[in-house]
Ligand binder design. Structure first.
Ligand code: KG4
Ligand code: ZN
Length: 345
C-alpha cells in the first residue's frame, strides 16, 4: 500500500510518499518561516494562502522523485488537527479532492499521533508499548502508548508548550523566530552556573508541566541585565537547562511509575541536543531505551503524516466526512484502528 501524506497544520507544507513494503520513498518540505519572521510568529491567514500555493507542486515533486504518478497511490493521509483551521482546510481539501478524483480512500490524521510515530521511521524502530514525551510548539505531553490509537495522557502543560516557551524566551532575548534553534545556538556559548532558573512543578507529585513562570523569570532576568550583551548566552543556557531538567525529572518519574522500558521523544523540541543528551543519560540511569526521530522529522513534516496514515488505512480507517478538520483535538480522544472512524466533528 502506497500512501501520500500531506501536512499543513501550521507554517510548514510537508508532503511524503510512504510504501508499506519499501518504507519512505520521497518527501518534500516548504517552510514558511521566512515569510512569518517579519511578524515574530505565524500569521494564520498568510499560512493558509501559502499552503494553497505550495501543496500541489510539492505533491508533483514527491511523485516525480519516487518515479510515480497519481495512479500509483492507494490512499491519501492529511493532518486533520489540531492546528490552524485555515491551514488544516487546505490540506484536507487537497487530500479529499485528490482521493475522490482517484477513487481511493483518504484518512484524517491527528498531528500529535503523527509526531509520536515519527521515531518508527528510523532503522531499528521502537515497538509498542512505550512512553512518549511529545514536545512541540503547541503541546507538551507525556503519554503512555499501549499501541496505535491507545493513548493515556499522563501529563501535559497547564499553560505554554515547551516550544512556545523557547519561542517566547527567544523573543525576550531579541532572537528570531522560531526561537528553539536560536536559543540552542546562543546557549552553546553560555557560562554554566551563572544563573539558575526554577524547575516548574517538579517539587510536587504528578506529571504535568508549566512553563509560563519560566517565561516571566526569563523576562525579569533579561531586564535586570539589559545593556549587558554578554549575559544573553548565560540566560539562554540557564533557560534551556531549566526546561531540560524539568523534562528529565518528569520522564524519570513516568518511567518509574509506568514500568515502561522505552521512551520515545518527538516534536520540534526533540531536535534540541541538550535535551537529547540529558534524556540519553536518563535512559542509561533507568535501563530504558530512548528513541528520537531523525532531526528533519522532529519538526513538522509530511513523512510522519504519510506513515501514520499508512498505519491507519492499512488497519481499515477511513475519513468519513469530506473536508472535516478539528483545530482543537486531544490525543486522548483517539481510538485504535478498526474501532470506528475518528470523530472529526
Ligand atoms: O513540532 P513543531 O515543528 O510544530 C508544532 O507542532 O508545534 O515544533 C515547533 C517548535 C517551535 O516552538 C520551535 O521553537 C521548537 O519546536 N524547536 C526547538 C528546536 N527546534 C525547534 N526547540 C528547542 N530546540 C530546538 N533545537
Ligand atoms: Zn508539530
Amino acid at each position: 500500500m502506497r500512501v501520500l501524506g500531506i501536512e499543513t497544520s501550521c507554517d510548514e507544507t510537508g508532503v511524503a510518499l510512504y510504501d508499506g513494503d519499501r518504507g519512505l520513498l520521497a518527501h518534500a518540505l516548504f517552510s514558511q518561516i521566512e515569510m512569518h519572521q517579519a511578524y515574530g510568529g505565524v500569521v494564520p491567514e498568510l499560512a493558509s494562502r501559502d499552503h494553497v500555493r505550495r501543496t500541489l507542486p510539492l505533491i508533483n515533486n514527491v511523485l516525480a522523485e519516487a518515479g510515480m504518478t497519481h495512479t500509483d497511490l492507494d490512499g491519501i493521509a492529511y493532518t486533520a488537527g489540531p492546528g490552524l483551521i485555515g491551514a488544516l482546510l487546505v490540506g484536507a481539501g487537497v487530500a479529499q479532492g485528490l482521493a475522490f478524483g482517484l477513487g481511493i480512500p483518504a484518512v484524517g490524521v491527528h498531528h500529535m499521533e503523527a509526531h509520536l510515530l515519527a521515531p518508527m521511521l528510523e532503522p531499528d524502530p521502537p515497538s509498542f508499548p512505550f512512553l512518549a514525551l511529545l514536545v512541540s510548539g503547541g503541546h507538551s505531553l507525556l503519554v503512555d502508548v499501549a499501541g496505535l490509537g491507545r493513548y493515556t495522557v499522563l501529563g501535559e502543560s497547564l499553560d505554554d508548550a515547551a516550544g512556545e516557551a523557547f519561542d517566547k524566551a527567544a523573543k525576550l532575548l531579541g532572537l528570531g523566530y522560531p526561537g528553539g534553534p536560536a536559543i540552542e545556538r546562543l546557549a552553546a556559548g553560555g557560562t554554566p552556573g551563572r544563573f539558575r532558573f526554577p524547575r516548574p512543578m517538579t517539587d510536587r507529585p504528578g506529571l504535568d508541566f508549566s512553563f509560563s513562570g519560566l517565561k516571566t523569570y526569563t523576562a525579569t532576568t533579561v531586564r535586570a541585565h539589559a545593556g549587558e550583551p554578554a549575559a544573553a548566552p548565560d540566560i539562554a543556557l540557564a533557560f534551556s537547562e531549566a526546561v531540560v531538567d524539568t523534562f528529565v525529572i518528569k520522564c524519570r518519574r513516568a518511567l518509574k511509575q509506568s514500568g515502561r522500558r522505552t521512551l520515545i521523544v518527538a516534536g520540534g523540541v526533540s531536535a534540541n541536543r541538550m535535551l537529547r543528551s540529558a534524556l540519553d543519560a536518563l535512559g542509561r540511569e533507568c535501563g530504558a531505551r530512548v528513541c528520537y526521530p531523525a532531526p528533519q522529522f522532529c519538526t513538522d513534516n509530511g513523512a510522519m503524516v504519510a506513515y501514520a496514515g499508512y498505519l491507519r488505512l492499512a488497519a481499515g480507517d477511513r475519513a468519513d466526512e469530506a473536508f472535516a478538520v478539528r483545530p482543537r483535538w486531544s490525543l486522548a480522544e483517539l481510538v485504535a484502528p478498526g474501532a470506528g472512524a475518528q470523530d472529526l466533528r
